[in-house]
Ligand binder design. Structure first.
Ligand code: ADP
Ligand code: MG
Length: 230
């Protein structure tokens, strides 16, 4: 099967003053459509850097990132932003919701960049709310929701455009164990029942158990583990 994501000999260097520091070294990674990949590794190993290359938030210094066959590192800044809004849903550790907007308005935000009518947007928001189990909280602002509920809103916002790829950076990093497992269960459901391809960065070996494959990053290089049965 054609991979959905291909990272090809990617190198990422950051400038620190006059020095250039290489944080990803010639990295290769393929992700198949429908996978739920957990990306693990110690702090500073380059997990967020790699995830940002895959999600089109950043570009490799050398090498290529292809998503659905398209080399996204060739896109201009504006094209890349447009590509991202159509193809990638992001979930972050600290939810990144707009504090003044209700849950349903937060979820609607990515749809404002599309041509959907108001009625179509409403339908999409309603089904995303339903999927994450928050229909009864749709009028609440983030401050009126628990951490787990806020992360559910963030997940609904990430999937409301029906993206090709869901990328999650430590999505349970700020949650207690029980809430974390609810969120992981939700991601697993999206993967298994909605066929969403998910790439999730996590510190937590328990979190990785929800994934269909785990890869380890150490000092900017990958060490693969044998695939575990889903
Ligand atoms: P992780 O997510 O695994 O903790 P990161 O990808 O955030 O690691 O960072 C990997 C390395 O790159 C770290 O040493 C970090 O300090 C460095 N780094 C990350 N972002 C930048 C940046 N914008 N400028 C300079 N160095 C950075
Ligand atoms: Mg990180």
């Amino acid at each position: 099967m054609e991979p959905l994501v291909s990272v090809r000999r990617a190198i990422k260097r950051y400038k620190r003053g006059s020095e250039s520091v290489e944080v990803l070294h010639n990295l290769d990674l393929d992700v198949a459509p429908g996978e739920f990949l957990a990306l693990m590794g110690p702090s500073g190993s380059g997990k967020t850097t790699l995830l940002n290359l895959i999600g089109g938030l950043d570009r490799p210094t050398e090498g290529q990132v292809l998503v659905a066959g398209e080399p996204i590192d060739d896109l201009s800044g504006g094209e890349l932003a447009k590509w991202r809004s159509r193809h990638v849903g992001f979930v972050f550790q600290f939810y990144n919701l707009m504090p003044t907007l209700s849950a349903e308005r937060n979820i609607e935000l990515p749809l404002l960049l599309t041509n959907l009518s108001r009625a179509q947007r409403k339908r999409s928001v309603a089904s995303a709310l339903e999927l994450v189990g928050l229909t009864d909280r749709r009028k609440h602002k983030p401050s009126e929701l628990s951490g787990g509920q806020q992360q559910r809103v963030a997940i609904a916002r990430a999937i409301v455009t029906d993206p090709t790829l869901l990328v999650c950076d430590e999505p349970t990093g700020d949650l207690d164990r029980e809430t974390a497992e609810e969120i992981l269960g939700l991601l697993q459901l999206l993967n298994r029942e909605q066929g969403k391809t998910i790439i999730m960065v996590t510190h937590d070996p328990k979190a990785a158990e929800f994934a269909s494959r785990v890869v380890h990053l150490d000092k900017g290089a990958l060490a693969a583990e044998p695939a575990v049965a889903a």
